[in-house]
Design a protein. Structure first.
Length: 234
C-alpha cells in the first residue's frame, strides 16, 4: 500500500503540496492525473523516498520511505520519465548487472523479449531513441520483481504495438499482487489501465476512485477538466 495523508511540501514561498492525500492498493494499477505543476512529481518523489514531506504522513509498505533502508528499497521499482540510466552500456549488459542485486530477479531474457529490447541490444543506451530508452528503463524497474512499482509516463514515445505490450506487462505486474502507480497525461492510458484514478491539482487530490466513480456518466477527460478548472477557480 502507498498512502499519503495531508502531506505538505514547500519550496521557498511555493507550496507544492497543500494537504495531499491519496492511496494506491496492492493488486491494482493506480493512475495519477493532473496538469503540470499540480504536485504529481513532488508527491510521487516523496512516496519513492527521493524527497521528504514537511508535514503529514507517508507510508509505503508500512514505513516512511524517507527513512527506509536497503531492504525496503529492494522491494520498490522506479521508472523515471528521463534519465537515470548509464549512457555507455548496452541494454542487456545493464539488465543482467541489475539482476545481480536482487535475491529473486525476473528472467532478464524473457523480460527483454516482452519489451522487444533484443531489436536494439547491440546499441549503447546513449544512442537509443527516446522510446527505446523508455523500454530499457521499464525493464530496469521490473527486473527486481518489485512489490511497489512507480512508473512515470511509461509509454511516452512508444509506437502503438509496443505501447500495448507495455500496458499488458503493467496489468500482469499488478495482477501478480504489486502496487503499481502510473503517472500519465494520457486519458486513453488511464482508461485502459486504471483500477483506481487520482486527479490532483493545486497541490492536493480533488478526486479519487474507479474510472466510473470519477467520471460519473461521462468521459474521464471531461471529468478531469471540470474538476481541475473548478479547483483552480478556488
Amino acid at each position: 500500500m502507498i498512502r499519503l495523508h495531508e502531506v505538505t511540501r514547500r519550496f521557498g514561498s511555493v507550496r507544492a503540496l497543500d494537504g495531499m492525500s491519496w492511496t494506491a492498493a496492492p493488486g491494482q494499477v493506480t493512475t495519477l492525473l493532473g496538469p503540470n505543476g499540480a504536485g504529481k512529481t513532488t508527491s510521487v518523489e516523496i512516496a519513492e523516498g527521493l524527497q521528504h514531506a514537511d508535514s503529514g504522513r507517508v507510508e509505503v509498505l508500512g514505513t516512511d520511505p524517507w527513512q527506509a533502508g536497503p531492504a525496503h528499497r529492494a522491494r520498490v521499482g522506479v521508472m523515471l520519465q528521463d534519465g537515470g540510466l548509464p549512457q555507455q552500456v548496452r541494454p542487456m549488459a545493464l539488465l543482467h548487472h541489475l539482476a545481480t542485486f536482487y535475491a529473486r530477479p525476473a528472467d532478464v531474457t524473457e523480460l527483454a523479449e516482452t519489451l522487444r529490447i533484443p531489436e536494439f541490444a547491440g546499441t549503447t543506451i546513449r544512442r537509443l531513441s527516446g522510446g527505446q530508452r523508455q523500454r530499457v528503463a521499464l525493464a530496469a524497474a521490473l527486473v527486481g520483481r518489485p512489490d511497489v512499482l512507480f512508473l512515470d509516463e511509461p509509454t511516452a514515445g512508444l509506437d502503438p504495438h509496443v505501447r500495448r505490450d507495455v500496458w499488458s506487462l503493467i496489468r500482469e505486474t499488478a495482477a501478480a499482487g504489486a502496487t503499481v502507480l502510473v503517472t500519465t497525461h494520457s486519458f486513453e492510458e488511464a482508461d485502459r489501465l486504471a483500477d483506481h484514478v487520482v486527479i490532483v491539482t493545486t497541490g492536493r487530490a480533488v478526486a479519487e476512485g474507479t474510472v466510473a466513480e470519477v467520471s460519473g456518466d461521462g468521459k474521464l477527460e471531461d471529468a478531469y477538466f471540470a474538476l481541475t478548472e473548478l479547483a483552480d477557480a478556488g
